[in-house]
Design a protein around this ligand. Structure first.
Ligand code: CA
Ligand code: CA
Length: 195
């Protein structure tokens, strides 16, 4: 009787043991899956980071390549080309357009001082009153002047002089300033364009 009960108990224990073993295997499987998922997640994270790093490197390379074209000078986000081969104002304007820019628009004290510091001869700028006498406008965007740097007693010649250049000795001065001049008088010129 007792032996039979013991046998049954043993059988039950064996069953429990077997179930426990099965559970252990299941738990191990779950753990294995969790590890796999974690590894997969980490791999995907690393791949994402590597991709971002490649993109950043390519952006840095692009930024390094972004510079003014050869012979153009960079100043505060704009490129400038100083041309000393003489041209009438309208040809200078066209030349700048063909180079992807415009006849220089001088908008600030800083820009004006920098241009003057780089100047080697008298040159056209984009300012003119061709359309309406006395209404000075920049040819690049047809805006009026918010900043000016006229030589003293300039502008002075009404309808005869409608285009503006930087002049120094030509105006009997020893520093560069703006002067209105007949547009047909050949001068060098400065082209400007966005960096
Ligand atoms: Ca004029
Ligand atoms: Ca003048």
């Amino acid at each position: 009787m007792i032996i039979k009960q013991l046998d049954r108990t043993e059988t039950r224990l064996n069953k429990v043991q077997s179930l426990s073993n099965q559970n252990h295997i299941s738990i191990n499987n779950i753990n294995g899956k969790l590890e796999k998922d974690k590894v997969t997640q980490l791999k995907s994270l690393v791949n994402g980071i590597q991709k971002k790093m490649r993109n950043m490197k390519s952006e840095i390379d692009d930024l390094k390549k972004r510079t003014c074209p050869q012979d153009w000078m960079l100043f505060m986000g704009h490129c400038y080309l100083f041309v000393y081969k003489k041209a009438i104002w309208s040809n200078a304007k066209n030349e700048c357009q063909q180079k992807g820019g415009y006849l220089v628009k001088v908008e600030s004290v800083a820009e004006n001082l920098w241009l003057i510091s780089a100047l080697k001869a008298e040159v056209w700028i984009g300012l003119n009153d061709i359309q309406t006498e006395g209404q000075w406008r920049w040819t690049s965007d047809n805006t009026g002047i918010s900043f000016s740097y006229w030589q003293s007693h300039q502008p002075n010649s009404g309808r005869r002089e409608n285009c503006v250049h930087y002049c120094k000795t030509g105006c009997g001065r020893n520093a560069y300033g703006w002067n209105d001049l007949p547009c047909s008088r050949p001068q060098g010129y400065i082209c400007e364009k966005q960096f």
